[in-house]
Write a protein that binds this ligand. Structure first.
Ligand SMILES: [Cu+2]
Length: 309
C-alpha cells in the first residue's frame, strides 16, 4: 500500500515542481520586460529599440484587414507603412503652456493634408509622461501646409511621449487608422511619481467610475464602466466625441498606447450609468486608464490602474 502510493506522491511533487518552475519563468519574463523598459523621466528612449521590441512581442497586432484602431498597434513608433510622424520639437518649456508642432508625411514623403473624421475629429493627440502622469488629450489644428499644432497645458519636467492618432483620407493609407508617437524632453529635475496600485474604482469631481472586466493580454475582451455620484447611478452623461466616455490606456514601463472603443450607442444627454467597451490591451502588466466623460458641459477625467494578466 505504502510502496504503491509513493510513486504517485513523487509524481505529484514533480508536477508541482514543474508548475513552480513555469511560474518562476513567467515572473522572470515579466520582471525583465519591466526592467528594460523602465524609461523614467529624463530618459529619452525615443521611438527606437523598445518600440520594435514591444511591437515584436505582439505579432497579432499587425496589419489585419477589417480591424479598426486595434490594428494601429501600440503607438510606440514614429513610422508605419510609409507614414511618418515628424516634428522639430524635441524639448518643450517647463511649467507653462506650450505648442507642439508636427506633421504626418505619407509614403511619397509629402505632408498629409487630408484626414478622415473619427469620433468627430480629424486628429486625436495625447501626451503622457513616462511615469504615466500628466495625461492630456488634445485636438490639434492643421495649417494649409499640413502642419498640426497641439496646444499643450503645463508640462512637468521629464520625458514625455506625444501620440498622434489619425486616419488618412487620401493615398495608399486612406481609411487605415494609425497611432504614431515621438518623445520630447521637458528640462528640469524629474521626480518619478509611483504608479497607484491597481483598483476597480476612480474618483473624479464627485463621481465614482467603476471598471469591471478582467482583460487578458492581446485578447479582445469586454470591459464595462459604471458611473455613480453619491452612490447613485448617473444617467445624464452627455455625448463626448460621439460617445458617452472616451477610454485611453497607457502601459507601465514603455507607455504603449491603447484606445478602447465604446460599444454603447449615443442617444441624447442621458448616457449611463453603464458603458461597454471593446478592445485589446496588447501586453500584460499595469495599464493606466483615463476615462473621460461629460456632464453639464464639463469634461471629467478619471484615472485608475488596471492589471492585465
Ligand atoms: Cu480625441
Amino acid at each position: 500500500m505504502f510502496a504503491s502510493s509513493r510513486p504517485t506522491v513523487r509524481r505529484r511533487a514533480l508536477a508541482a515542481a514543474g508548475t513552480a518552475a513555469a511560474l518562476a519563468l513567467t515572473l522572470a519574463a515579466c520582471g525583465s520586460s519591466n526592467d528594460d523598459s523602465s524609461s523614467m523621466p529624463g530618459m529619452d528612449h525615443g521611438a527606437k529599440p523598445s518600440a520594435s521590441a514591444a511591437a515584436s512581442t505582439s505579432p497579432s497586432m499587425g496589419d489585419m484587414p477589417g480591424m479598426d484602431h486595434v490594428a494601429a498597434g501600440n503607438g510606440l513608433t514614429d513610422n508605419k507603412d510609409g507614414y511618418h510622424l515628424t516634428s522639430k520639437d524635441t524639448t518643450l518649456a517647463v511649467g507653462k503652456q506650450a505648442a507642439y508642432r508636427f506633421t504626418v508625411t505619407g509614403p511619397d514623403g509629402k505632408p498629409v493634408t487630408a484626414f478622415a473624421v473619427d469620433q468627430t475629429k480629424r486628429m486625436h493627440f495625447y501626451a503622457i509622461r513616462s511615469d504615466l502622469t500628466g495625461f492630456q488629450h488634445i485636438h490639434p489644428t492643421i495649417a494649409a501646409d499640413g502642419t498640426w499644432t497641439a496646444g499643450l497645458d503645463t508640462l512637468a519636467p521629464g520625458s514625455w511621449r506625444m501620440f498622434a492618432s489619425f486616419t488618412p483620407d487620401s493615398g495608399v493609407g486612406k481609411g487605415t487608422a494609425f497611432v504614431l508617437s515621438r518623445t520630447i524632453t521637458v528640462p528640469g529635475t524629474a521626480a518619478k511619481i509611483p504608479l497607484p496600485a491597481a483598483a476597480k474604482t476612480a474618483e473624479v469631481d464627485g463621481y465614482t467610475a467603476t471598471v469591471n472586466g478582467e482583460p487578458m493580454a492581446d485578447m479582445a475582451h469586454p470591459l464595462t464602466v459604471t458611473v455613480a455620484q453619491d452612490g447613485k447611478p448617473v444617467t445624464d452623461l452627455q455625448p463626448y466625441l460621439d460617445t458617452y466616455a472616451h477610454l485611453t490606456a497607457f502601459h507601465e514601463g514603455d507607455t504603449a498606447f491603447a484606445h478602447l472603443h465604446p460599444s454603447t450607442k449615443v442617444n441624447g444627454d442621458h448616457g449611463g450609468p453603464e458603458l461597454s467597451f471593446n478592445g485589446e490591451l496588447p501586453t500584460s502588466g499595469n495599464w493606466r486608464l483615463f476615462l473621460q466623460f461629460l456632464t453639464g458641459g464639463k469634461l471629467h477625467t478619471a484615472a485608475l490602474t488596471l492589471n492585465v494578466g
